[in-house]
Design a binder for this molecule. Sequence first.
Ligand code: ATP
Ligand code: MG
Ligand code: ZN
Length: 244
Amino acid sequence: MNTWEESCTCEKHGDYIGKFYNLGGKVNHGGNCQECLRLKNKEEQDAKDKEEQGKAKARKIRKREDAGISKRNLFKTFDDYICQTEGQTKAKNDCERYFKEFPSDKSMIMVGGVGTGKTLLASAGIDSIIDDYRCEMIKVIDVVRELKATWAKDSTDTEEKLIKYYSNIDLLVLDEVGSQFGSDTEKLFIFDIIDGRYQNMKPTILISNLDIDGIKDAIGDRCVDRLREGGGMMIAFDWASERK
Ligand SMILES: Nc1ncnc2c1ncn2[C@@H]1O[C@H](COP(=O)(O)OP(=O)(O)OP(=O)(O)O)[C@@H](O)[C@H]1O
Ligand SMILES: [Mg+2]
Ligand SMILES: [Zn+2]
């Protein structure tokens, strides 16, 4: 193949040496300005990088949504928890330490009034470990609903399968424990999950507006007993709501 060089001029970048070659009689201009080429390559690479970043971000969001983190609490960290009282500082520090020390088989109970930031802190905690561990935060009422849905004729899930799933994930956060009157069936479901996790040495975090006696009434002594074994921590959120 016949090749040669000629000096050319780019409108944007000035003079350059262009390469030319002759392919079967046709002369192809193979001598684009190097700067134009460099810019074109860079543009393509930037577009690719941007697409990858977009995909990675979508994966991160998906992972958090699957873990039960709400849109409101997406990507929240412990820094988002503002501490104006000693109680808040202690709650935040205790919770942050719990997640720093994860994994451990120790469970935790977070109790207190509405709007005191329990769900926010748990979401921040999950965010801090979710890249390494399988976590899920779910309201008790939704677990019960899921389990009951397996009774339907056309259900592809079974009760056993779901209980097994919840008994095996690395961290389960049961939110809004006792926010409604629980039937005996519901108590049994919750016991099966908490006991399954206890047997598997997997920790559970329980969140509730009730005090410890109220929680015992709602889900039974045997559940609470398992959660507190081995020094399971309890954090009390005893201040007014931050909801405005
Ligand atoms: N210390 C705090 N710093 C910043 N925002 C806070 C703090 N405490 C609560 N919030 C905000 O107040 C609102 C209520 O918090 P959150 O939902 O976590 O409360 P909760 O204790 O789970 O309440 P409930 O018991 O009603 O579920 C949220 O918007 C949350 O981001
Ligand atoms: Mg909450
Ligand atoms: Zn050019």
